[in-house]
Design a protein around this ligand. Structure first.
Ligand code: BES
Ligand code: ZN
Ligand code: ZN
Length: 503
């Protein structure tokens, strides 16, 4: 999708999306009659998201889009309404559109750079189709838009420059989010550990990036038995993929502390989660190809760092394996010793994400001594119950770090919502015949499942500032949104891109 900026609406485009706030009165004379008539019929009250098709030469088609009340307009609404325009154009078979919506948004005192990012994201995320397995006929029905002309007639040239800068950034972030979505939407038989290693190898062609791969033998030597236990039933080899992105100049660039310590981002990479011997039933197992959404987000983030030439040092750590049933699989009741020496009883083979992250977190802190560790993981079904799709669960004990992530989530629309890691939960994962159990040993065993998952992970973080983000709900929607669609969302890419860019 090509996005261009023009001082006027581009009459060469097939379809015009004309945004209107509720308080907007002035409208082109050619439309005034139609609008008055529609208002009388109560067909269009300019409420946010309302649409009214109209006739208006020279465009083949005009669609009036309600923007709601001016004072309620914000960046997320900008993403949504542009997403709606793209969806509408796609389903009507138009591939080029023009709109005044950005111009109106900029009149609302929105930060121009952030509006640029939001505009590109809303347009490009809505334009995403996972259609490679559809036949030509079906593909044609929802063809992506190839050209968007945004009218921006800003009187302040500074804000136009900021908007353009944000637009460029947003284009990269959206492209990398769509890249992550593709990895998550592809079937698990294709996207296995070897495939993900290939993707990481591709990224490492960038001179700023180095790839380190720990294979099974190295993991054995290092004592990563929590990860190895999960992989025991799989015919695909386990991998710990580590992408080092060096963007910090000398002793660390902007935002890195004086010692140039990196920021580590970890992503759960279970390429298929059958549950293991605690096998998942029908209605729970079908989407488990998406259990590597954390790792996909880390890959998307490193790609974005490269394209944005981010001046920071990052470490992307992805424990990759499969949770399968076989004669060699880990058994309920097994006890494994993790990288940091703690013993874990396997109370449930389906609580596997925390096991692979346990080794990855302990190893990352030990080896890289990062400034901050942030993990993204489709960790618990409980998080989908608690928060649904529109926010990921955020947990940790460093209030400043959590605050920054919350802000990045609100700005980017890739939201997080904090769940409390009260110290009351501290012993909930303690084992009875081992240091820890991978399921709670207190209460009924299912209370605050997202929090107890985080408590388990916290036992593998020693001193470093750490945040855990449970993306079980946010990474894969079962409903359509206004710029987000059913299926993978690339959750985490926008969130952490904003976090890194704005801190
Ligand atoms: N991958 C699942 C969590 C999940 C569920 C992600 C739904 C996306 C959608 C995870 O490995 C899991 O199975 N967790 C268990 C933990 C329990 C056994 C303590 C769960 O949530 O039931
Ligand atoms: Zn599981
Ligand atoms: Zn899982």
């Amino acid at each position: 999708m090509k996005i261009t900026i023009s001082k006027e609406l581009d009459e060469k485009q097939e379809v015009l999306f004309l945004g209107m706030f509720e308080e907007d009165k002035l409208v082109d004379k050619r439309l005034a009659e139609e609008l008055k008539e529609a208002e009388k019929r109560k067909a269009f009250a300019k409420k946010f998201g309302e649409m009214l098709p109209a006739k208006f030469l020279p465009y083949k088609k005009v669609v009036l889009l309600g923007l709601g009340k001016k004072k309620e307009f914000n960046l997320e609404k900008l993403r949504k309404i542009l997403g709606k325009a793209v969806d509408c154009a796609k389903s009507a078979g138009y591939t080029a559109l023009t709109t005044n919506i950005v111009d109106l948004a900029l009149s609302c005192r929105l930060n121009a750079e952030m509006a640029g990012r939001a505009a590109a994201e809303g347009l490009m995320l809505a334009n995403y189709n996972f259609d490679k397995y559809l036949n030509k006929e079906k593909k044609e029905k929802n063809k992506p838009v190839t050209h968007v002309v945004l009218k921006v007639k800003s009187s302040v040239s500074k804000s136009l420059t900021s908007f353009e800068k944000g637009l460029k950034t947003g284009e990269v972030i959206a492209e990398c989010t769509n890249f992550a979505r593709n990895l998550v939407n592809e079937p698990a038989s294709l996207v296995n550990s070897v495939y993900l290693e290939k993707i990481a190898t591709e990224l490492a062609k960038n001179p700023r990036v180095k790839l380190k791969v720990l294979d099974k033998d190295e993991m054995k030597k290092l004592g990563m038995n929590a990860l190895l236990g999960v992989n025991a039933g799989s015919r695909n080899p386990p991998k710990l993929l580590i992408l080092e992105y060096n963007g910090g100049k000398g002793n660390g660039g902007k935002g890195n502390n004086k010692k140039g310590k990196p920021i580590a981002v970890l992503g759960k990479g279970i390429t298929f989660d059958s549950g293991g011997y605690n096998l998942k039933p029908t209605h729970y197992i079908e989407d488990m190809k998406t259990d590597m959404a954390g790792a996909a987000a880390v890959l998307g983030l490193i790609k974005a760092a490269c394209e944005l030439k981010l001046n920071r040092n990052l470490i992307g750590v992805m424990p990759i394996c499969e949770n399968m049933v076989s004669a060699s699989s880990q058994l309920p009741g097994d006890i494994v010793k993790a990288y940091n020496g703690k013993t874990i009883e396997i109370g449930n083979t389906d609580a596997e994400g925390r096991l692979i992250l346990a080794d990855a977190l302990a190893y990352t802190e030990d080896k890289y001594k990062p400034e901050v560790m942030i993990d993204l993981a489709t960790l618990t079904g409980a998080c989908v119950v608690a928060l649904g799709y529109y926010a990921a669960g955020l947990m940790g004990k460093d209030a400043r770090l959590l605050g920054k992530l919350k802000k990045a989530g609100d700005d980017s629309g890739d939201r997080v919502w904090e769940l409390p890691l009260y110290e009351d939960f501290d012993d909930w994962m303690d084992g009875e015949i081992s240091d820890l159990n991978n399921i709670p040993t207190k209460g009924k065993g299912y209370e605050a499942g997202t929090i107890t998952g985080a408590v388990f992970l916290s036992k593998f973080v020693d001193k470093v500032k750490w945040a855990h983000i449970d993306i079980a709900g946010s990474s894969c929607w079962r409903v359509d949104g206004m710029y987000q669609h059913k299926g993978a969302t690339g959750s985490g890419v926008r969130l952490l891109s904003y976090y890194l860019l704005d801190n």
